[in-house]
Ligand binder design. Structure first.
Ligand code: SF4
Length: 447
């Protein structure tokens, strides 16, 4: 197979929803320049890895994929491989020595240079564009989106916090927000073209600050919900110290804003939160939870937990378990701490919890959270939930998969329903991660 000069590109996306949204921006930028998306890597002349540096295992997966691409390059002469996103931003030109497969590097603020990088790579250069650009929001780019039901809309990029474990401030740079008016316009266009759900995205959406009139995230969410009254509105991610009462009241007041908040806590111990530089105590967090629960009926809360962060003692771990028991999160992303080079923790704290202890604590956290999720999901059996059908279920074309407003996954018999329908589903059984049900026949909402 020879692909020299081919303009077909394939993007392999690692990591979070921000990276998925960025892959949509990259696709749009390349298409503007005459490049075409390929169905698979075998059909591509250019393979782009859009990478995530947040967790060690994501970086390991990227290294494995690069090994695979090295083999592919031997068979596929002229194949160009680029690495974009957080990993090259962080590792910089040193990344070239990690794999001979790499032809060029691009950071999260330099995707507009990709066509130039590809052309330079074709003549044998090893170019890299890794500058931060605090003004870059990719304004004016209409991102390519997978699917036609649910869309991500980035509203801000970067992060001004400095959580000790996190590489994001070093890979995505300072915060910058999209103009209020352009977010509203984008949401209106999505809804007009048939999307039924919009998720507003940012590393810390609560610190959204309209560059034109300095309106905050509560005002943006309110305006988005009014501009798209028939669409479900979600947002992620929220930092506990920045979630405001105004935001919580907006969620409660607008029926189309989903009653689910992802509120990463990371640890149940104020001592650990201090070491993590999170900017709040566990009592502050409890007060935010109490406010949210008192204002938003039926709200579902999810979180992130890190087990075994630097200096974590047994009592800190117990405090995390107590918090999980008390708050009863619907679900959680749970990891054990792995040091990321260059972070505040890597520079100032000893990674001193033995791996066996980290793993044991993580397992205790997972076991407890699974039992809580299982209990909460079993309690939903017998209820009727409004579900937005998103896709065929993985197991059967006779079933649809969708989510409740509280972000629970529901699998139900398709009958005469289709993707995009809002369906009332009677929940008949549950696992700790999925509700299973059948349709209540009275309601099909299509718009
Ligand atoms: S708020 Fe903290 S954890 Fe989240 S992206 Fe910013 S630095 Fe990272």
């Amino acid at each position: 197979m020879r692909t020299e000069g081919s303009k077909a590109f394939y993007i392999h996306t690692f990591g979070c929803q921000m990276n998925q949204a960025d892959s949509g921006i990259i696709t749009a930028l390349l298409k503007q320049e005459g490049y075409l998306p390929a169905e698979s890597e075998d059909d591509a002349g250019i393979i782009l890895l859009n990478t995530c540096a947040v967790r060690e295992n994501a970086v390991d997966r990227i290294e494995h994929y690069l090994q695979h691409l090295q083999g592919l390059k031997k068979r596929n002469k002229g194949l160009i491989v680029g690495v974009a996103g957080c990993v090259p931003q962080f590792q910089r030109e040193e990344m070239f020595s990690a794999s001979p497969a790499i032809d060029f590097l691009a950071g999260p603020d330099t995707y507009r240079t990709l066509p130039l990088l590809i052309e330079q790579a074709r003549i044998g250069l090893k170019p890299a564009t890794l500058d931060f650009n605090a003004a870059e929001t990719y304004e004016g780019i209409d991102p390519f989106r997978q699917g036609s039901i649910s869309a991500f809309v980035p509203v801000m990029r970067g992060c001004n916090n400095m959580c000790a474990f996190c590489v994001v401030p070093f890979t995505r740079g300072r915060e910058r927000s999209h103009p209020f008016s352009s977010v509203i316009r984008e949401v209106q266009q999505l809804v007009a073209s048939g999307y039924r759900e919009v998720t507003l995205l940012g590393q810390n959406v609560n610190s959204y600050n309209d560059p034109e009139e300095h309106r905050n995230f509560a005002a943006l969410l309110d305006a988005v919900s009014l501009a798209a009254p028939m669409a479900r509105i979600r947002f992620t991610t929220s930092h506990p110290k920045d979630i405001s009462e105004a935001l919580v009241r907006t969620i409660a007041e607008r029926p189309n804003i989903c009653n689910h908040i992802h509120l990463p806590v990371q640890s149940g111990s104020s001592e650990m939160l201090g070491r993590m530089n999170r900017g709040h105590t566990i009592e502050d967090y409890r007060q935010k939870i109490a406010l949210i629960r008192s204002v938003i009926p039926g709200v579902a809360l999810t979180t992130d937990i890190i087990a075994g962060f630097c200096g974590e003692q047994e009592q800190d771990h117990q405090a995390t378990l107590e918090l999980l028991s008390e708050v009863q999160f619907d679900s959680a992303f749970m990891f054990f701490y792995s040091e990321r080079p260059g972070t505040l923790a890597a520079r100032t704290l000893a990674d001193d919890v033995p791996e066996s202890v980290k793993k044991r604590r993580l397992q205790e956290i997972i076991d407890l959270q699974n039992s809580i999720s299982n209990k909460l999901y079993q309690e939903a059996v017998g209820s009727v939930e409004e579900v937005l059908a998103e896709s065929e279920s993985r197991r059967s074309s006779q079933q649809l998969m969708g989510r409740t407003a509280t972000n629970r996954i529901v699998v139900f018999e398709r009958e005469n329903y289709q993707e995009g329908d809002l369906v009332n589903v009677l929940i008949t059984s549950a696992t700790s991660a999925t509700l299973i049900g059948k349709c209540e026949h009275s309601d099909v909402h299509r718009s």
